[in-house]
Design a protein around this ligand. Sequence first.
Ligand code: SF4
Length: 373
Amino acid sequence: IEEIHITPWEAEAFVDYERLVKIFGAKPLTDREVDMLANVAGEVHVMIRRRVFYSHRDFDIFLEAYKSGRRCALYTGRGPSGHTHLGHILPWIFTKWLQDKLGLELFFQMTDDEKYWHSESGSLEEFNSLAYENILDLAALGLDPSKTHVIIDSEDISYLYPIAIKIAKKITYSTQKASFGFTDSTNIGMIYYPVLQMAVAFLPSELYRDQVMVLIPAGIDQDPYWRLTRDIAPSLNYPKPAQIHNKLLPGLGIGGKMSSSKPETAIYTTDPPDVAKQKIMKAFTGGQPTAQLQRKYGGNPDACPIYKMYEMLFEDDDKKLLDRYNACKTGNLLCGECKAELAERVAKFLINHQERRGKALNYVEKYLIRHKF
Ligand code: SF4
């Protein structure tokens, strides 16, 4: 994508998502799919209502398959390049909701190999141990260990390799280059890696010897993988995986998604609550340079990462969110106050999350696929 800068490894956050949907050839999520979801789930999640999850491929077909009783599964994952931050857990919260409401198994890939190949310095052992750290966050969010199967690439390759062999034969180097922007200096680990990410989409079908319909909830930046996966699925006799894409949580600096490469603008689940509060109080906002100007001209919540944190994660009440939006626009809310309130909510979340994370140390093994299949 030339004009909008977005790849699986780097992305802006305040992008024109409507244009992105068109460029990627996905479909915007409409009331039709939302009604279908409400029909099977009994309610609509706030991230759907607000279109934090806003575009899809075949989500309607996935829901129809689910309703007809066909075996379905969820698939998402994480590149364990560091501790988990709030941008990572956003799709996991929605994935947990889907798991609970639809009773689905989740296949969760930890791509320690990819992070090693992509990084300039870290060791494979380091990324591998971060994968185990990140599982603690899945546990703290309450993903069901009996239905959540974590694949750690460097240890569980035997699940993926027989499928990856077949996928690899279908994909040429020029396709890889065009899809991921690889250059002549890209190491061959990175060039092979996409095949392993694609393989998980077909793993449930292999494990259950069935045509399992898979839904992938993930950030739109992962889309190049799924377009390729869908292209080759029919030739390997697998169902095409469906996707539902979320918008990316902005970091606390100017532009850019929340990213481990800019730790000062990301809130990690392991941050001491006071550190998280400080990061929020120092954040860039859509406000005016002075309180006086803010009162006179109002702020711009649409370009404000603090507002986006409320909208995407920390304010469930639609009326209160709208009130905040209007108060910001009309200059009745000052950024200091707005940030301080968010800082309190984030600190409270972190205290609870970290307590559950600590307890999860006792049962992290229960998530590993190698103990189950
Ligand atoms: Fe952002 Fe809040 Fe300031 Fe508005 S008042 S610009 S929403 S921090």
